[in-house]
Design a protein around this ligand. Sequence first.
Ligand code: GLP
Length: 234
Amino acid sequence: MIKVIKVKDQVEGGKKALEIFSEAKNNGVRVFGLATGSTPVTTYEQLVKSDLDFSNDISVNLDEYVGLSKDNPQSYAYYMHEHLFKHKPFKHSYLPNGMAKDSSLECQRYNQILEDNHVGLQLLGIGRNGHIGFNEPGTDINEKTHRVALTPSTIEANARFFEDENEVPKYAYSMGIGSIMNADAILLEAFGKKKAQAVKAMIDGEVTPDVPASILQKHPNVTVIVDEEAGGLL
Ligand code: GLP
């Protein structure tokens, strides 16, 4: 069941998300699945300003680019440090290691982390083609953490964070759809016109690997926060 919350804009969306994080903490959630990209920025701003204390909690991130170290400003580890962890430290924060030498060992390591730390609340954004994490259209819905070849549309969409499109990594590690669906509750946020089509397909379309986010229709506890533009086709 997908519950939709419509808000005016991304700032209001961040405030709503803070309420959901606070409620989760009050209900005893201790493991938070986190996401990157431009979408959760206002959520992290709100978390940082709040009096929530995560110092006894665990975070596990969805994905990381292959080949980028945590000191690289384009890496998701760097992003998380800047937007959240340096202001609100967790007891442990896990991300896939973009510099791992052996990708299958890295996926195994991350799957073990997810087994040891069952996610209570998973935050998600959505790609313009309906991807979640880096699970591109066509991904097996049972998949756990895997190494993904990014599609041209994702590379192009993420090029805005890099000086040159050629610098955008071509591969990433991502929690699989199976790992994401394991979370007790999921909070997906989408803001802006460019997300409207994907949001519509996720909520009202058929459940299909062509729109990875549509699988969320099968999860028992999903909340979607959209602004007026992203929710414009609903
Ligand atoms: C990236 C990330 C996703 C994110 C999506 C949307 O590809 N791997 O986790 O949800 O793009 O990004 P943005 O929030 O910047 O629109």
